[in-house]
Write a protein that binds this ligand. Structure first.
Ligand code: UDP
Length: 243
């Protein structure tokens, strides 16, 4: 059997990944697919926690662009993230896998509020941990939440499933001449403004020696393949001497 290249990872799932072919909301078949992929990667022996986004339901900035209050919009976005996290938890529990949702935004009647102690307890129980509610603060994104929770979880890498199989110099769906990278440093993303993650997330990952691994969510089983160094992906890391 192939061996994971990382013992502990944070898997960032965008809200859009749970939409499947729909234009909005949660597609149960897609949630099931995503959970199949995570189960296969866990079977390899890796410890995996998830950060999910909410863009399939709501983004605060979209409301703000129509003149409404950004902070309230962001609260709505974080509640959307909690909804996605609950759908993932349900899917794990359907399969008899214990999963704990830890939310940065307190919604105590539906899930546990994030604390470092709660995280350690869930990790020691061997639960799948689903970090929800973003950072709990407006003006942030779930990518920044991914970098923050990865550091708190002690993850060696953030795995980010996207629409394409890695990081390109431009959007390959719009520019057929776009170059695909196999390997980059964190600072390359910042300097070349490769918009794969927001700058605060990249800087937080860099400063905490957390690698980024970007691959396609559309290939079934790709998470496990990439975890073992196969498949197609872009690796972002920074040698210690450059920090
Ligand atoms: N959000 C926020 N603070 C956070 C994370 C998210 O206010 O720490 C809100 C923000 O409105 C954002 C929405 O939640 O637009 C959904 O998150 P995001 O857009 O990052 O989701 P994704 O693109 O991963 O689906």
């Amino acid at each position: 059997m192939s061996k994971p290249q990382f013992a502990r990872i944070l898997y960032k799932i965008s809200g859009e990944a749970l939409m499947g072919n729909q234009s909005f909301g949660i597609d149960p078949d897609m949630v099931s697919r995503v959970v199949d992929d995570i189960a296969a990667a866990r079977d390899l022996g890796a410890s995996i926690a998830l950060v999910v986004g909410g863009g399939n339901i709501f983004r605060g900035v979209a409301l703000a662009s129509k003149g409404a209050d950004r902070v309230t919009g962001d609260h709505m976005g974080m509640l959307a993230i909690v909804m996605n996290a609950l759908s993932l938890r349900m899917e794990f529990e359907k399969r008899g896998v214990a999963a704990t949702v830890l939310s940065g935004l307190a919604v105590p009647q539906v899930c546990e509020t994030f604390t470092q102690r709660g995280l350690i307890e869930a990790r020691d129980r061997g639960d799948v941990i689903i970090f929800a509610g973003g950072t709990g603060n407006p003006y942030f994104t779930s990518d920044t939440a991914a970098a923050l929770r990865a550091a708190e979880f002690g993850a060696e890498a953030i795995f980010k499933g996207t629409q394409v199989d890695g990081i390109y110099s431009a959007d390959p769906k719009k520019d057929p001449g776009a170059k695909r990278y196999d390997h980059l440093a964190h600072d390359d993303l910042l300097e070349q403004q490769l918009g794969i993650m927001d700058a605060s997330a990249v800087a937080l990952a860099r400063d905490n020696s957390i690698d980024l691994v970007v691959f396609s969510i559309h290939e079934k089983g790709e998470l496990a393949r990439v975890l073992c160094g196969g498949g197609t992906f872009t690796l972002v890391n920074t040698p210690k001497s450059k920090k």
